[in-house]
Design a protein around this ligand. Structure first.
Ligand code: SF4
Length: 114
């Protein structure tokens, strides 16, 4: 399996993404269990406008990686979610989800919702 060259990308693919009600529930629960200092550091980072609210710019990675939404998990590996830094990794056919999104993370849901 091809891996994505995420280091040094500074979260270019981490903008607003669709999120389902179930994913929101999982994120809320996991953020609630996160140590207060870690959560506060992640919440109050300066980010470029349009960057995902959970992107950890200090550490150049997703701040909620183990409980990130499905579209983030699929990104880079499907023909309709290609990472321009390694297009060859997108070997799977079009990614789809049968679940209707509850909204857009970073637009409809921001830190005040968690
Ligand atoms: S949840 Fe994580 S992987 Fe998904 S867009 Fe935000 S920072 Fe990127």
């Amino acid at each position: 399996m091809e891996y994505l060259p995420c280091n040094g990308c500074r979260g270019l693919c981490c903008g607003p993404v669709p999120v389902t009600a179930q994913e929101l529930k999982i994120i809320r629960k996991a953020l609630g269990a996160m140590p207060e200092e870690q959560r506060s550091k992640l919440q109050h980072q300066l980010r470029f406008p349009g960057t995902c609210i959970f992107y950890d710019d200090d550490n150049d990675k997703c701040g909620i990686h183990s409980f990130r939404p499905g579209v983030c998990q699929a990104f880079g590996y499907y023909s309709n979610l290609i990472c321009f830094r390694n297009p060859a990794a997108a070997a799977e056919e079009g990614w789809d989800t049968s679940e209707e999104p509850a909204g857009i993370l970073s637009v409809d849901f921001t830190w005040k919702d968690f």
